[in-house]
Design a protein around this ligand. Structure first.
Ligand code: NAD
Length: 302
């Protein structure tokens, strides 16, 4: 299948590479030339703008870092909306249902179908093709692109309501964001009282407290203090804020989500937007006066 792919970052690059490896023909665009060069070396053709790509292919996928970027690439000047050939716009980014509906409505005026397809499973999942892919859009359009999306992982059809895939993704990421902070608090509590955090994580993973935070994030990036999981605090804060907005737009006031949102605001303030989200443990450690993990055995601060 001829596919345009825009946004070749931490997620977009491995997803685009998997499409090439599966035999699809890719035309790619990113504002960073180096990202396009890496894909061109694997056989993709570099485009010059979202419109240029959308003049050439019927199916355009995007993986972009902000709501504004998705809106501009889809509907701005020189955007997908101006393309002569494009029929469908598949957004793999997390943008929330309100923005997805806005883009859906604007593209519909140009007879372009918007398909929501946010993903979960991180950079490792994008590389291995083990993402959860949450698709909403017209059923026939879903069927037309299902095989291409299956290259990314397990594909779920959420429904035909515009934005439904985004609502699903926000529910998932709210849980992931919550488990990360809750696991940080649990392990800092144990460390403060003298438990070994590595043993704690082993026990949690054999017990009922297990989550992807304890199973994947702590062993890989928190206990060794490499803080290199590949998802920025800015993106996590974006997702949590979108989840809280989604709840409020439905007239819901949800206490855990509000508290989790406030804590992630502390993390971004103290660690910075570009920090890895696994650094969420640092403000919690600081408040407790302990450091978890590291090369040596963890220790309680004197
Ligand atoms: P990223 O910042 O690594 O990549 C974004 C890419 O888009 C960059 O290469 C950037 O140069 C490019 N870009 C930005 N504006 C552009 C524009 N106007 N035109 C063309 N290219 C542009 O971000 P990421 O981590 O790959 O995340 C992408 C999306 O996937 C986000 O919505 C994020 O929430 C979601 N997501 C990320 C992860 C993860 O683990 N990183 C997991 C699931 C979902």
């Amino acid at each position: 299948m001829d596919i345009g792919f825009i946004g070749l970052g931490k997620m977009g690059f491995p997803m685009a590479r998997r499409l090439i490896e599966a035999g699809h023909t890719l035309t790619v665009f990113d504002t960073q030339k180096a990202a396009m060069d890496r894909l061109a070396a694997l056989g993709a053709t570099a485009g010059t703008s979202p419109k240029d790509i959308s003049d050439k292919v019927e199916t355009v996928m995007v993986s972009l870092p902000s709501l504004q970027a998705s809106l501009e690439v889809a509907t701005g000047k020189g955007g997908v909306i101006e393309g002569r050939r494009v029929k469908r716009f598949i957004d793999l980014s997390t943008i929330g249902s309100q923005m997805a509906v806005k883009i859906h409505d604007l593209l519909a005026s140009a007879n372009i179908v918007q398909i929501d397809s946010p993903v979960s499973g991180g950079v490792a999942g994008a590389e291995k093709g083990t993402l959860a892919v949450m698709v909403s859009g017209p059923r026939a359009e879903f069927e037309a692109v299902k095989a291409a999306l299956a290259v990314f992982g397990k594909v779920f059809y959420i429904g035909d309501k515009p934005g439904a895939g985004q609502t699903m993704k926000l529910a998932n990421n709210f849980l992931s964001a919550t488990a990360m902070l809750a696991t940080c608090e649990a392990v800092v509590m144990g460390t403060k009282s003298g438990l070994d955090p590595a043993v704690m994580i082993d026990v949690i993973n054999a017990g009922s407290g297990m989550s992807t935070a304890s199973r994947d994030k702590f062993p890989r990036s928190v206990l060794p203090r490499s803080f290199d999981y590949g998802f920025t605090t800015a993106l996590m804060v974006k997702d949590v804020r979108l989840a809280v907005e989604e709840m409020r737009s439905l007239g819901l006031s949800m206490e855990v989500a509000e508290a989790v949102g406030r804590l992630w605001d502390v993390v971004i303030r103290e660690q910075g937007a570009e920090s890895d989200f696994t650094e969420a443990i640092k403000p919690i450690e600081k408040a407790a006066g302990v450091v978890v993990g590291g090369a040596k055995r963890s220790h309680a601060a004197k």
